[in-house]
Design a protein around this ligand. Sequence first.
Ligand SMILES: [Zn+2]
Length: 132
Amino acid sequence: MSARGEQLLAFLESAITAREKAARAVGYDTIAAGDYLWGTKYLLLRRGDESKASSEMDADLADHLALHDPESVLRRCAADRKLLELHAGRMHSCPAKDETGYLDEWTHFGGAYACPVLELLAEGYGWPGGAL
Ligand SMILES: [Zn+2]
């Protein structure tokens, strides 16, 4: 793999692992958000016998927690790991723009190069290299 590709994959592995670790460290074994954004706006955090309802916290914090509860973070991390498995370190085709802006839907990427999907995935985690 190219040096840049290796750096990008190492960055993604580290970023995903950090988010998984942080999500697990929250300590709340259950966050029941249900249809929080679409209906009742009731969020309940549970840790053992303890619980805290959204009505006991700042409304913006409750909104944020409902969107980023540990379960959803871990679900996102698992999906990102599946994308890594499909796009990292193997020959495959991905849509990519060339230097003229033309979108080639079947650009071939060797195992040594990061495709646009990996670049964009890394961008979402704060990769300083940006997207293609
Ligand atoms: Zn790809």
